[in-house]
Design a protein around this ligand. Structure first.
Ligand code: SF4
Ligand code: SF4
Length: 198
């Protein structure tokens, strides 16, 4: 058989991306990961994740932006904290996952139902000081589009039963008193989170 001395394609490492992630509030902890796999075997949702947390951190170190940002891993993280208490290097995995979610939303990588839910929940709570299921649902469908509405039509009985049992209020609750102060707190928290990022 004819031998070809073709070299394998060069792997591209985007270390600018890795540095961006390290500069997030908890991002630099990723450097402490020693790839022991404890988080991977502890995680209850690992089987439905594109990459376990361990593999995701490795991809971040390699600068594999698209693989990391398009992965469902951080969206499927339920913040259960199991990995967090078991990590021998003290990596605050839950906080890192939250940072990755925010980074993904800020950089236009939010094509997951969970991302739409986060956005809808935050918009409601920041605008009213309380959550309102009807408002969250409406915003969620607005973000996800008609296809999602049609998909959820199959669950309409659940919605009707929730309404019947008063688990789904029709009218929004009153806004919290002094909403202006809440907005100031949110503004300040945003400022601080920018400053604290390492
Ligand atoms: S448990 Fe901690 S050190 Fe081990 S692979 Fe996971 S993040 Fe890395
Ligand atoms: S906090 Fe997230 S990544 Fe860690 S075990 Fe729980 S679901 Fe898995």
């Amino acid at each position: 058989m004819e031998q070809t001395n073709k070299l394998p394609e060069k792997v591209k490492y985007d270390l600018k991306f890795a540095r961006e992630i390290y500069s997030l509030e908890n991002g630099s902890y990723i450097k402490q990961c020693m790839q022991c796999g404890m988080c991977a075997i502890s995680c209850a949702t690992r089987d439905i994740m594109d990459y376990s947390p361990r593999r995701l951190f490795n991809l971040i170190k390699l600068g594999k932006k698209d693989e990391v940002m398009q992965a469902n891993t951080f969206w499927y993280c339920t913040s259960c904290c199991t990995c967090l208490v078991r990590c021998p290097r003290g990596v605050p995995l839950v906080d890192v996952m939250h940072d990755l979610k925010k980074y993904a939303l800020d950089n236009g990588y939010g094509d997951y139902p969970q991302a739409a839910f986060y956005k809808a929940f935050w918009a409601e709570v920041a605008g009213r000081g309380k959550s309102f299921e009807g408002g969250i649902t409406a915003r969620y469908f607005l973000f996800r589009g008609l296809d999602e509405v049609l998909k959820y039509m199959a669950l309409r009985d659940v919605g009707i039963n929730m309404l019947k049992h008063r688990r789904l209020p029709l009218l929004p609750p009153k806004k919290v008193k002094d909403l202006g102060n809440l907005k100031k707190i949110i503004r300040k928290a945003r400022e601080l989170s920018g400053k604290e990022a390492r």
